[in-house]
Design a protein around this ligand. Structure first.
Ligand SMILES: *[C@@H]1O[C@H](CO)[C@@H](O)[C@H](O)[C@H]1NC(C)=O
Ligand SMILES: *[C@@H]1O[C@H](CO)[C@@H](O)[C@H](O)[C@H]1NC(C)=O
Ligand SMILES: *[C@@H]1O[C@H](CO)[C@@H](O)[C@H](O)[C@H]1NC(C)=O
Ligand SMILES: *[C@@H]1O[C@H](CO)[C@@H](O)[C@H](O)[C@H]1NC(C)=O
Ligand SMILES: *[C@@H]1O[C@H](CO)[C@@H](O)[C@H](O)[C@H]1NC(C)=O
Length: 396
């Protein structure tokens, strides 16, 4: 009986904590701030550009102006946003470079909380709005963003820093819009992702189940993934910010099994701050496209099934991306404990890219898929690499 009382007290305590935490006033400041608020708080009030893509999406791009050097563009990963480059405050990668004087640009790709806008489509009413994946981000979002930056600064090229899907977008760009290769002086690829066929469980199970998951998503008509006002989005923001319980469920239960366990770098206090920022929203198609790439073991365009493929691509199989056309210099930063960008998958990517200028296996053995952006002491194992690359390709 006493055991149940103790259990009941624990549950009540956790629930009371949770209820107490729903109000935004109780959140730590950085949890409640948006990208503009975070950049401003840490000394770099940004300028916002609303970049319109060829196919009508309106993307929020923030500039933390520097002293006229060659611009540096950060692009976030799947269901993430520009918050990710700012949430560690003074030690976050965007603030680190802005403090050094770099002209820092932070891009939100289509469909997340800051880029949930379109000239004619309504994300709440038009399912077509959500028909995109890393393909459209690479073919339409990146060209519009890069053109805006080069036009605005007068620079001839820029340095790109892609995290996770953020660098997948650049492989699509280099393959499909070849003229953009010369506009990137180096792509610094953090947790590089093109192939995802050597993932550990549980991600490998999702890859195996891809056909079932795809059917389910289509039957249920699911469009927006992890949006702020979707059920999944609301639950994760609320639950993950709760002290103790949030860390247990979202950290140990979800994040660490998927991206690699590293509680020393991603501590409980940080999780409370992170909760409201991640996920930042995306489309189901973005996730399905990655699962297909893993299941089919090819880095190819979206597979609609034989008949539709014939109509869309004039071929029953989706076309492969031409990685040998991605001639921009690429620096790969990999990590042995990265659950989503495994060394085996990066080796395949590396063997197909023609211009890999640097390959670094993280000196920090527990470095996982998100430590580059969220790690408590990233300045020890990541920033020295960033400094080397920027000194070489984009000296101040
Ligand atoms: C969520 O809903 C609120 C209130 O309707 C709205 O202001 C906000 O823009 C929505 N955000 C997203 C990302 O859908
Ligand atoms: C380029 O910059 C000029 C002046 O700043 C502006 O008028 C023009 O609209 C810009 N074009 C693009 C494509 O951003
Ligand atoms: C990048 O542009 C600068 C001028 O803005 C130029 O000096 C440099 O050679 C260019 N680098 C590459 C790799 O094209
Ligand atoms: C789709 O086409 C491939 C060959 O292009 C073939 O091997 C496969 O059996 C086809 N699938 C269906 C369901 O027709
Ligand atoms: C479609 O593909 C076939 C052969 O694969 C080719 O002969 C034909 O010209 C293509 N049609 C178009 C419109 O590209």
């Amino acid at each position: 009986m006493r055991k149940y009382t103790a259990l009941w007290l624990t549950v009540t305590f956790l629930i009371s904590q949770q209820v107490g935490c729903i109000s935004a006033d109780d959140l730590p400041d950085d949890g409640a701030l948006d990208s503009i608020g975070l950049a401003t708080k840490y000394g770099h009030p940004p300028t916002q550009y609303d970049v319109v893509t060829e196919d009508g999406y309106i993307l929020a791009v923030y500039r933390l102006p520097g002293d006229g050097s060659i611009p540096v563009l950060f692009v976030h990963g799947l269901a993430d946003s520009t918050d990710t480059f700012l949430i560690r405050g003074n030690t976050s990668p965007a603030i680190y470079l802005a403090n050094k004087g770099y002209d820092v640009w932070l891009a939100n790709t289509r469909g997340n909380r800051y880029s949930r806008r379109h000239k004619t489509l309504d994300p709440d009413k038009d399912p077509e709005f959500w028909q995109f994946s890393f393909h459209e981000r690479g073919c339409y979002d990146l060209p519009a963003i890069i053109d805006t930056i080069l036009n605005e600064t007068g620079a001839k090229n820029l340095t790109a820093i892609g995290h996770s899907e953020g660098n997948t977008n650049f492989y699509v760009l280099g393959s499909e819009k070849k003229e953009y290769n010369s506009k990137i002086n180096v792509l610094i690829a953090l947790g590089p992702v093109a192939y995802v066929q050597n993932l550990p469980a549980p991600a490998s199970i999702l890859v195996q189940l891809e056909p079932v998951i795809s059917d389910l998503v289509n039957i249920l008509g699911l469009n927006e993934l992890f949006g702020d006002n979707t059920t999944l989005g609301t639950i994760s923001h609320t639950l993950c910010s709760v002290p103790i319980l949030g860390y247990t469920v979202c950290g140990y239960g979800l994040l660490f099994p998927l991206v690699g366990s590293d509680p020393a770098e991603l501590e409980q206090d940080f999780f409370q701050k992170l909760g409201p920022h991640y996920p930042g929203g995306s489309s189901y198609k973005s996730l399905l496209h990655f699962l297909q790439v893993g299941h089919r073991k090819t880095f190819a365009q979206y597979d609609y099934g034989n008949e539709t493929n014939l109509k869309v691509y004039n071929s029953s199989e989706p076309p492969l991306y031409q990685l040998d056309q991605v001639t921009m210099p690429v620096a790969l930063y990999t990590a042995a404990n990265d659950g989503f960008s495994t060394l085996a998958d990066v080796a395949i990517l590396q063997s197909q890219l023609p211009n890999v200028v640097y390959y670094l296996l993280s000196p920090y053995a527990l470095c996982n898929h998100v430590d580059y952006v969220w790690g408590r002491t990233a300045k020890i194992y990541f920033y020295p690499f960033l400094d080397i690359m920027l000194n070489r390709y984009n000296p101040l």
